[in-house]
Design a protein around this ligand. Structure first.
Ligand SMILES: Cc1ncc(COP(=O)(O)O)c(C=O)c1O
Length: 345
């Protein structure tokens, strides 16, 4: 394995980070005249903690990971952007993606002018290791895997991931946005074994906090210190930090909601497979189903006309005539099914 440091961009290795007032303040300070803030207290007049220390303590406790291995971002989209910017020299380096997968990876690479190489998933939506190894060259800095995968819903094979971590000689990023819905073990416990492992998670899905915009990156202490140099100083606002702490303190509600979503998910599948135009419901370890139907475009438009928005994924590789449906409330799922029942082939 190449030294991780050698995979980073030269300018990032030598980057001197912006040092903000709140990075440096001493616990003893009582007067803050350092940041040109408005002095009148309205609860939001001071810049927030740039390192979100209190919130990280809560996340670290729940996940069983030390806070020094955690970076928080404005959604995991920001986390993924920071990772690409840390490793990939625009116009020179490349990343490997495994479509069909989450669309933002390519958008982030395109924004950063980083070449994308596609190692399409096999027909069963698992990794094509041979193709990944063929695509990899000395300018490949990372591979981004999504497990459970969006839009297919399945978890990637554990042994394949293990193989890539051991043999691919580049960074392996695993996006675990949907991990709380699955029975799989998160990869975060492997951080000590694999210096090239980065795991991203989010509070947007199972924790029900999409509007807060809170993404979590788990990586080695060294990499977290590098990512901290890249992120905007105050990337997570105070209200998000406070609300996240409040919600993370109520694990009971989180668990109860998860149970409810899983129950609804099973019920939804049972009803979907009975519909004559549904050819297949793919296995899912997430909070959505990918279904194959006789005519995805037509059904999609029919549902839109009836005020129901799902996701048409039929243009994605290996997803001909496929639609992705999030599990909603009992009422929403019922409305979906009753509307679908009225659809004429
Ligand atoms: C696989 C995957 N990763 C990341 C995200 C984005 O998460 P966030 O809201 O934390 O930016 C999504 C959102 O749909 C997703 O499906």
């Amino acid at each position: 394995m190449k030294k991780i440091k050698n995979l980073l961009r030269e300018n990032i290795k030598s980057l001197v980070k912006y040092s903000s007032a709140r990075d440096e303040f001493s616990d003893k300070a009582v007067v803050f005249l350092d940041a040109n803030e408005n002095p009148f207290n309205n609860g939001l007049n001071r810049y927030p903690d740039p390192l979100q220390r209190e919130l990280k303590k809560h996340i670290g406790f729940i996940k069983g990971i030390p806070t020094k291995n955690i970076l928080l971002g404005n959604g995991s989209d920001e986390v993924l952007d920071i990772i690409i910017r840390a490793f990939c020299e625009p116009g020179k380096d490349n990343i490997i993606l495994t479509p069909p997968t989450y669309g933002m990876y390519k958008v982030l690479a395109d924004i950063n002018n980083v070449e994308v190489r596609n190692a399409f998933l096999n027909i069963d939506f698992n990794l094509n290791i041979e193709r990944i190894e063929k695509l990899k060259d000395e300018n490949t800095k990372l591979i981004i895997l999504c497990s459970p995968n969006n839009p297919t819903g399945n978890s990637l094979n554990k042994n394949d991931i293990e193989y890539l971590l051991k043999n691919l000689n580049c960074m392996v990023v695993i996006d675990e946005a949907y991990i709380d819905f699955s029975d799989d073990e998160s990869r975060i416990k492997g951080l000590g074994d694999y210096p090239n492992l980065i795991v991203s998670q989010t509070l947007s899905k199972a924790w029900g906090l999409a509007a807060l915009r809170l993404g979590i990156c788990f990586a080695s202490e060294y990499l977290i210190s590098v990512f901290n140099k890249i992120k905007a100083p105050y990337n997570v606002n105070l209200l998000s930090q406070q609300k996240a702490i409040e919600m993370l303190s109520d694990v009971e509600t989180f668990k109860n909601n998860l149970i409810k979503i899983k129950k609804e998910k099973t019920k939804l599948k049972e009803k979907l497979i009975l519909l004559p135009f549904v050819e297949k419901v793919f296995p899912s370890n997430s909070n959505f189903w990918l279904i194959k139907v006789t005519n995805a475009n037509e059904l999609y438009n029919y549902l839109i006309d009836n005020g129901i928005v799902i996701r048409n994924r039929s243009k994605m590789h290996g997803c001909d005539n496929c639609l992705r449906i999030s599990v909603g409330t009992p009422g929403e799922n019922e409305k979906l099914i009753s509307t679908m029942k009225k659809y004429k082939l």
